[in-house]
Ligand binder design. Structure first.
Ligand code: HXC
Length: 282
């Protein structure tokens, strides 16, 4: 789909890069020629990603940090710079989430998710942004949000609030840092089955129902998201700035009430809609 050198010459830092969508993006970016730094809390999955990239002949390092900790994030960014000399692209993918009745949430529970998603994105963006501004050759930041950043969603309120904030940050900095040729964009994925998300968010029965109410009848594949991310961080997307691209098979549009009728087989729909049609008088 892309030239295998689409991202050559770029150093890309992916947060939450050891598992799930972060891992898929890191591996795809490396296939397309980028040097990778994968950041996360646990060294084991990060090291596995580094080994997979090295086994393909690529270059990668693992840096451990909790994105909630600004000092650790700054130190991790310094580690990447001392190893690679530069960072050209940041992908803010690290996330935290769980299902809960909002009235039962403790302040600490709310802060745990907002701390990872919103504060963590700010810590990484500020640390890499300072470097990109000083470096003076442009760059880009890609934020992974969710379609509920604008629709809202029950039972995941801390994540909703944080993702909405990240979307607002994306658009704000797209303007503020445009003068430095730093582009900020976002992807809003719908459901992508990853261990991290599924183990925390998928109740029995939700999986089949989720596919049934998706216009494409399926969930997304991490490789599909990785390809969109690769395009957005590449120079091929050099005039895309402040944009959020939804990748959910059209799921978020399904709320409109007539869309329920797509559950009917076409013959049944035709018969029912014909029955509603006024009869012409003879
Ligand atoms: C209520 C909960 C809870 C739960 C934790 N807490 N889980 N409250 N229901 N299920 C509360 C704890 O009681 C505690 O509050 C506070 O949250 C912090 O919990 P810790 O376990 O100490 O925090 P920590 O170990 O830092 O873990 C952070 C986490 C965890 C967010 C809670 O889930 C995590 O590490 N997640 C990272 C990976 C992840 O979530 N990936 C999924 C992203 S999916 P008290 O008051 O007791 O101290 C995603 C996709 C969305 O974002 C899009 C879908 C379409």
């Amino acid at each position: 789909m892309f030239d295998t050198n689409l991202l050559s010459g770029k150093t890309i830092l992916v947060t939450g890069g050891g598992t799930g969508l972060g891992r898929a993006m890191a591996l795809r970016f490396a296939e397309l020629g980028a040097r990778l730094a994968v950041l996360g809390r646990r060294p084991e999955p990060l090291n596995e990603v580094v080994q997979s990239i090295e086994a393909q002949g690529g270059e990668a390092i693992a840096v451990t940090a909790d994105v909630r900790d600004a000092a650790r994030v700054n130190a991790a960014v310094d580690d990447v710079l001392s190893r690679f000399g530069t960072i050209n692209v940041l992908v803010n993918n690290a996330a935290g989430n769980f299902l809960a009745l909002t009235e039962t949430l403790s302040p600490n529970a709310f802060n745990a998710v907002v701390g990872i998603v919103l504060n963590g994105t700010f810590h990484c963006t500020a640390a890499v942004g300072k470097h990109l501004i000083a470096q003076g050759i442009g760059g880009c930041v890609l934020n992974i949000v969710a379609t509920y950043a604008w629709t809202g969603a029950a039972y995941v309120v801390p994540s909703v609030c944080a993702k909405a904030g990240v979307l607002a940050m994306t658009r704000s900095l797209a303007v503020e840092w445009g003068r430095y040729r730093i582009r900020l964009n976002a992807i809003a994925p719908g459901p992508f089955p990853t261990e991290g998300a599924w183990s925390r968010l998928m109740l029995p029965g939700m999986e089949e129902e989720g596919k049934r109410r998706n216009p494409t009848g399926r969930f997304g594949e991490p490789a599909e998201l990785a390809n969109l991310a690769a395009y957005l961080v590449s120079d091929a997307a050099s005039y895309i700035n402040g944009e959020c691209i939804t990748m959910d098979g059209g799921e978020w549009l399904m709320g409109q009430s007539f869309n329920l009728l797509t559950q009917l087989p076409p013959d049944q729909f035709r018969a029912l809609s014909e029955a509603l049609r006024p009869k012409k008088s003879a």
